[in-house]
Design a binder for this molecule. Structure first.
Ligand code: F6P
Length: 357
């Protein structure tokens, strides 16, 4: 008999349900008897003992469903060791609930912050298996996270739609893409959508280079320019500031994001009409794409296998086209960024895409 706790934490994404279904199906198909405890709304459910007992049936028919049947929330790692508003020690509470329910392990689906807490729980002696979710694809130790390809599809669709209206009006259009502090989503959606300029957090931009590219296109008779901007994109000027100075500057930012700032600057320098589109949380929503359904199911199956083999302390990841297990201590606290001199960036440049550098 195995007692498994399961939770989804952090921002949601597509294929969370597919991944959980993969774990449960694999366990259900083994000879082992299994009890599943689904903690609600992320680590909060584990802290405050909010859970539902689930069976294989609860995971049936959810392969194609977006969101998470368990609910999720953000529980920042920065404050996880601070007492809550009633003085409760959150880490102790999670341990107590784990032991009270006599769990054999916890399956945790999440991104960067989630993995830091998962690793802390591992250090505290709990058996943990994690699965890499995030549209940002920024988790260290895995070439791919589920949710990413679905989000690339949505962001690409947004750029495709903007293309037709931009060409009709002869405008400069900025599409702001999610991704927090990394540019994977913008880079891929930008290339897939045929963006002319792609601005990423990892490659600080020079506004004059951005303007040069727009003017070069004008001279060539292209009536419009599409700029894919990562929400975390940063100018060379701002990148030269200390973290503290940049934070202060952001606090004082009059416009709501980097895209609107860019739009204002481009308008001023070129006199061109500039429009901004922000698809926002749409990028995390809806049904997972076929790639993510297969990928998340495979990761879930391998997580199920690890549990049946009593192998804990790992994230199930993907490296060089193989599903692999990566020690949690190696994953926690590290980001996988776009390398400015990576082959994909070089190839994009060969295609004539400007990164504003
Ligand atoms: O990590 C996923 C993500 O969608 C990022 O791309 C984005 O910066 C962030 O979450 C938005 O967070 P929230 O849903 O809390 O606004």
């Amino acid at each position: 008999m195995k007692r498994i706790g399961m939770l989804t934490s952090g921002g949601d994404c597509q294929a969370l349900n597919a991944a959980m279904r993969g774990v449960v199906k694999t366990l259900d198909h083994s000879k082992e008897k299994v009890e599943i405890y689904g903690f609600l709304d992320g680590y909060k459910g584990l802290i405050y003992s909010k859970f539902q007992m689930l069976t294989g049936r609860d995971f049936s028919g959810i392969l194609t469903k977006g969101g998470t049947i368990l609910g999720t929330s953000r529980t920042p790692f920065k404050t996880i060791q601070d007492p809550d508003e009633n003085g409760l020690n959150k880490v102790d509470a999670m341990k107590q609930n784990y032991y009270k329910l006599q769990l054999d392990c916890l399956v945790i689906l999440g991104g960067n912050g989630t993995h830091k807490t998962a690793n802390l729980l591992r250090q505290q002696g709990l058996n943990i298996v994690t699965l890499p979710k995030t549209i940002d694809n920024d988790l260290w130790g895995t070439d791919m996270t589920f949710g990413f390809q679905s989000a690339v599809n949505i962001a690409t669709d947004a750029i495709d739609c903007i293309h037709t209206t931009a060409s009709s009006h002869g405008r400069v259009f900025i599409v702001e893409v999610m991704g927090h502090k990394v540019g994977w989503l913008t880079l891929n959606a930008g290339m897939a959508g045929g963006a002319d300029i792609i601005l990423l957090p990892e490659i600080p931009y020079d506004i004059d280079k951005v303007v040069d590219k727009i003017e070069e296109r004008d001279k060539r008779g292209s009536r419009f320019t599409i700029i894919a901007v990562a929400e975390g994109a940063i100018s060379k000027e701002d990148a030269a500031l200390s973290k503290k100075e940049y934070k202060k500057k952001l606090e004082k930012r009059a416009l709501s994001s980097v895209s609107y700032e860019l739009a204002a600057e481009i308008q001023k320098k070129t006199g061109r009409e500039v429009r901004v589109t922000v698809p926002g949380h749409m990028q995390r929503g809806g049904s997972p794409c076929p790639y993510d359904r297969v990928f998340a199911s495979r990761l879930g199956a391998e997580a199920g296998r690890l549990i049946l083999d009593n192998q804990y302390g790992f994230m199930v990841g993907y490296k060089n086209r193989e599903i692999v297990k990566v020690p949690l201590e190696d994953v926690a606290g590290k980001l996988k960024m776009v390398e400015p001199d990576s082959t994909i960036v070089q190839e994009a440049k060969l295609l004539g895409i400007s990164f504003g550098d």
